[in-house]
Design a binder for this molecule. Structure first.
Ligand code: GUN
Length: 296
């Protein structure tokens, strides 16, 4: 391996420590404590693990964590009424509705009922539009985490060619917008793209967000490129359960200049950025300056 391994776990801990410092200052100087409400509908075990982890880290940085656990058969009316109540609650600065929702609930309607100023996921259509037009918004946590790691590793991204593999609303599209905002030349590629390996090999920055285990191998990577692996795929190999990314780590690391591992790369940054977004939302709600280095 020749690539530098970008340690997302350590970087996320640093971001959380910065958030905690700002939270302590807010409390001391303004008597304000940021609050994050997480809503979980149903009993999906993976979602329950994420929500518990979010709650623990929210408390660790000194914020208030509120969890609303609703049964899988909760009606849309009940969920919308809870969101309305959280929208009006001055102690709550961030609202996150854990996805996926049970199929009888309209996810778009639910997400768009969150006050955009409290939409710490950055999924509300207003925030999508603000980001797309380069205006101040709430930015989706995973792409924000990737951007922070890229800035930390490369400094200025200006003029670099970034190729984003995947066109999801949660990662691919907002990632491309953020990279454009940092003056990259951006290409989005996907499963229908012709000669995908050659397109990827033209990238100075390669962001893999396709959800296909180890699809991006070393021959997709330009020598010296920075590779960000957003994939979290649970697979079974040699009878053992394993977590792998969208990038085949060994072959890509032999060519890349720097690469994020899975686990321990992008994953830990998502929750760190959720906390950063909650802090940002709290500062904005109170007319206070936003924390530096924790927003796009
Ligand atoms: N489920 C998996 N990842 C996420 C996320 O980032 N936000 C929400 N709301 N749900 C998720």
């Amino acid at each position: 391996m020749t690539a530098v391994c970008i340690d997302g776990k350590a970087f996320a801990a640093k971001v959380r420590a910065q958030v905690a410092q700002h939270v302590a200052k807010l409390q001391e100087e303004q008597g304000i404590k940021p609050g994050l409400a997480v809503v979980l509908v149903g009993e999906d075990p993976a979602s329950a693990v994420y929500v518990a982890s979010k709650g623990k880290m929210t408390v660790e940085v000194g914020m208030t964590s509120i969890e609303h656990k609703l049964s899988a058969d909760t009606s849309e009316e009940t969920l919308l009424s809870l969101i309305d109540q959280l929208n009006k609650d001055p102690e709550i600065h961030g609202i996150l509705v854990q996805l996926p929702l049970p199929s009888h609930l309209n996810s778009e309607l639910v997400i768009n009922s969150i006050d955009p100023a409290k939409d710490v996921d950055g999924f509300h259509i207003s925030n999508v539009g603000l980001l797309g037009t380069g205006q101040k918004s709430m930015v989706p946590c995973t792409p924000l985490g990737c951007l922070m790691m890229l800035r930390d590793h490369l400094g200025s991204l200006s003029g670099l060619h970034a190729v984003v593999v995947g066109r999801s609303n949660i990662v691919g599209k907002p990632m491309a917008q953020l990279l454009l905002g940092d003056s990259c030349t951006v290409t989005i590629v996907h499963s229908r793209t012709k000669d995908l390996p050659a397109m990827c090999r033209s990238a100075d920055i390669l962001v893999a967000a396709v959800g296909r285990p180890e699809m991006i191998t070393g021959d997709y990577v330009k020598p010296g490129a920075t590779v960000i692996d957003v994939g979290i795929n649970r697979i079974e190999r040699d009878g053992k359960k394993k977590l792998v990314g969208d990038v085949e780590f060994a072959s890509a690391a032999a060519v890349a200049g720097a690469i994020t591992p899975v686990p321990g790369g992008v994953g830990p940054m998502t929750i760190a950025c959720l906390l950063a977004n909650t802090l940002t939302a709290c500062c904005r709600a109170n007319g206070l300056p936003e924390p530096e280095g924790l927003t796009a």
